[in-house]
Design a protein around this ligand. Structure first.
Ligand SMILES: [Zn+2]
Length: 764
């Protein structure tokens, strides 16, 4: 589901061109794997065939495969049969979920210049690109919007993010009783109609501006990869930052006899109608707007003067009616049973449902997973016996709300908490650079794996290439996205090839969410990208086989590289004799998060003080253009002082405990008896569950992880130490105080479990 466009991920420093310089590259940090493991991995590499991945992709993406479609089910059945033919124990698991589809919808400009005008709401087929002639594609639609029929004046709210509403307020423009039009980008889709609703709007329209993924970025499809005028981005607007999965069964599996909420009580369904449109239609609506000229950061690339509206000039009629019936999900679940520790599960998944044909998102990642599965099956046939059980999943219903993964994980929660070692995810994939985000105890492991995978374009390791990109990005101006990409650890990794490259934290936007944030199972998300261009067709009719093979991953070599990367990770995790985790990396990372949060508390305090001074000196009024409407900002609540000592003590203890464990394992690990190894495995396997607190995050108890969460108002973007960080950001100061204590408790519990693990290694 996740669009990589505009997403700050690991190594998303400025893209660089071909590498023509001699940066000192080395894989010094990675100890050479044992010979038999190297041989095994060479066999894995040889068994993965890019052309075969391409053939699978062509079939899977030949027709629309959204939830409830015939082809989605057929794909699940075909994959289950493939797994079986490769020697896996495979089956379909089904769940019944509420999944709306459109019955009727309409969007018209009924007042203002250009009226009357009727929006198209369907995408034109492309001659020569046969699947785009399908009759089964969903029209313009966002799932879990609220049905309605409204006519109201239009207001343009830029990206529709919180700061955009502050800007509108300053101009004296309210969206109350209006229909908001916002462009894609700047934050997660679902927040746009939600924030419009919270500000009193009666309807919302989301459009793709050519500046963000259309003709301003590249030639449009089919000439180039970018979004054509009628291309629009479907998606989900369920309020997933409250809880993902079936809207009627939060916290439990959507099995046949599950207790279900009434639809009217499902908090995550939007109340107002909402539709997505392309820039071809949006231009007509935006041209009709009058009122203040849009501020510079509101302006896109349409050949118009952007106004924000606010008066009654442009009037729009928006109507949506959905079929709110239950649909069946088809998850494919396949196992290779472990020979020594069958109750240790290495779980790996990618989703198979798309919005239309879904070639790049998600099938490019799905065929990588299938490539791994076939290769692992061959290794087993040739005599390999994985020590731990390997569970491969192909999820249905990820696009509407992470449905298939969440319902499976909630159904099997107890078993997963007892047996799960790690969850490995991928999703849409493309040509370019290696990236990974995940639980930081796996940072060194991720570095070791990526040091042993060859980049298909340059022949160096994918880690060396990622490091070069990071180094060049920093030399040329410090990367982009601030924060994480400019941390001291990133700088060190850019300069020193012996250092591990830091991995980013996981927010949401793909299937790892439930495992990591609800069950406390450590998770890693792998992918390649940054060169292939899939952003312009994201969630549109044009994300198909032809587009993927021409513009995103010609020759399917990066889809195959993803398979070689994840396949390697799975083999190593399934066979590891000792924990691969390095808890010092986790402790160091949490320590930087604490520094950030403390700094944030200071920033928030200064912000309120500065604002109070400006207000009392009438500065906002004096600095504004008197001929234009200006409204002073609402006074901010002054910050109290916070006692961070409990959290500081917890982080200090965590560092000590982590250091002691890593040192003990490094010096004594090899000499542990079989019984000690089993005992150690049992402690380590459930360690990350200590990050969960039963009360969950404020206002969203489903999210129980006190270190990693998606932001309430970022949607996909990660918030670390979220209970404290978000409370400070939103000036909920009582929550901030409370969650300093709760987060400290979680970290203390984590350190205590680590001490138990250390005692096992020390033979106590
Ligand atoms: Zn996806």
């Amino acid at each position: 589901m996740k669009s990589r466009t505009g997403v700050v991920a690991l190594l998303s420093a400025c893209a660089v061109g071909a590498l023509t310089f001699g940066l000192p590259l080395s894989t010094a940090a990675a100890p050479a794997p044992a010979m038999d493991q190297k041989a095994l991995e060479a066999k894995l590499d040889a068994a993965i065939d890019p052309a075969e991945l391409g053939r699978w992709l062509k079939d899977l993406a030949s027709q629309p495969n959204h939830v409830g479609s015939a082809h989605d089910k057929a794909n699940a059945e075909w994959m289950a049969a493939q797994f079986k033919s490769w020697g896996w124990d495979a089956k379909l698991e089904t769940y019944d979920v509420l999944y709306p589809t459109p019955i009727s919808e309409s969007l018209e400009l009924v007042g203002g210049a250009g009226a009357p005008f009727k929006a198209t709401l369907t995408e034109k087929p492309i001659p020569g690109d046969e699947p785009t002639f399908t009759k089964d594609a969903l029209p313009a639609y966002v799932a879990f919007q609220g049905d309605g029929d409204v006519t109201a004046p239009l207001v343009y709210a830029n990206y529709g993010m919180p700061e955009d509403y502050l800007a509108l307020e300053k101009m004296g423009v309210s969206v109350k009783g209006k229909i908001v039009i916002a462009r894609y980008g700047g934050g997660w889709r679902g927040l746009k109609p939600l924030l419009a609703q919270m500000h009193g709007a009666v309807g919302a329209i989301i459009y793709s501006d050519p500046k963000d993924d259309g003709y301003a970025t590249d030639e449009v499809y089919p000439k180039g990869p970018a979004r054509p005028p009628q291309g629009f981005q479907r998606g989900s607007v369920a309020d997933m930052p409250i809880y993902p999965g079936d809207v009627l069964t939060p916290g439990v599996g959507a099995t046949k006899d599950a207790k279900r909420l009434d639809r009217k009580d499902a908090k995550t369904i939007l109340k107002i109608p909402c539709l997505p449109i392309g820039y071809g239609d949006a231009q007509v609506l935006l041209s009709a707007l009058e009122g203040p000229i849009a501020p510079a950061n509101f302006r896109g690339s349409l050949p118009i003067t952007y106004h924000v509206g606010g008066g009654d000039a442009a009037k729009v009629h928006l109507a949506v009616k959905s079929d709110w019936s239950m649909k069946t999900l088809y998850d494919v679940i396949a196992n290779l049973k472990g020979s020594e520790a069958p109750n240790d599960w290495i779980v790996r998944g990618n989703h198979h449902d798309g919005w239309v044909m879904g070639a790049s998102d998600p099938l490019s990642g799905m065929v990588a997973e299938l490539g791994e599965a076939k290769a692992l099956g061959q290794l087993v046939k040739s005599g390999w016996k994985p020590k731990r059980t390997i569970v491969y999943a192909s999820w249905d219903g990820e696009e509407p709300s992470l449905l298939g993964s969440t319902e499976w994980a909630e159904t099997h929660a107890e078993e997963l908490k007892a047996k799960g070692v790690v969850y490995i995810n991928s999703d849409g994939n493309g040509r370019g650079f290696f990236r990974a985000e995940g639980s930081h105890a796996f940072q060194h492991f991720v570095n070791e794996v990526s040091a042993d995978v060859k980049d298909p374009e340059t022949g160096v390791s994918v880690r060396d290439r990622a490091r070069a990109r990071l180094a060049v990005g920093m030399a040329e101006g410090g990367g982009r996205g601030g924060g994480e990409n400019n941390s001291p650890q990133m700088k060190a990794a850019a300069q020193d090839p012996a250092k591990d490259i830091p991995i980013g934290a996981l927010g949401s936007g793909s299937d790892y969410s439930t495992f990591l944030q609800h069950l406390g199972l450590p998770s890693i998300d792998f992918g390649y990208g940054g060169e292939g261009e899939s952003g312009g067709v994201y969630h549109s009719l044009y994300d198909d086989y032809q587009h993927h093979s021409r513009f995103v991953d010609p020759g399917f070599v990066y889809d195959a590289t993803l398979a070689r990367t994840v396949g390697r990770a799975v083999i190593r995790l399934a066979d590891a004799d000792l924990p691969v985790q390095r808890y010092g990396d986790f402790a160091d990372t949490v320590s930087t998060y604490l520094d950030e949060v403390k700094k944030l508390a200071d920033t928030k305090r200064d912000e309120a003080k500065t604002q109070a001074r400006l207000l009392s000196g009438n500065a906002f009024n004096l600095a504004a253009d008197p001929t234009k409407t200006h409204v002073n900002p609402e006074p901010l609540a002054q910050s109290p002082t916070f006692d961070f000592k409990p959290l500081e003590a917890a982080v200090a203890k965590l560092k000590t405990s982590a250091g002691a464990f890593d040192a003990a394992l490094a010096s004594k690990g090899a000499g542990l008896s079989k019984a000690q190894k089993v005992k150690l495995d049992n402690v380590v396997r459930q360690l990350d569950q200590t990050m969960l607190r039963p009360e969950g995050l404020p206002g969203r108890p489903w999210y129980m992880n006190m270190v990693y969460a998606p932001g309430r108002f970022t949607g996909y973007g990660a918030k670390t130490l979220p209970g404290v960080r978000e409370a400070l950001e939103e000036r909920r100061f009582d929550d901030a105080r409370k969650y300093i204590g709760i987060t400290a408790e979680a970290l203390n519990a984590y350190a205590a479990e680590l001490d138990k693990a250390t005692a096992v290694v020390n033979g106590n």
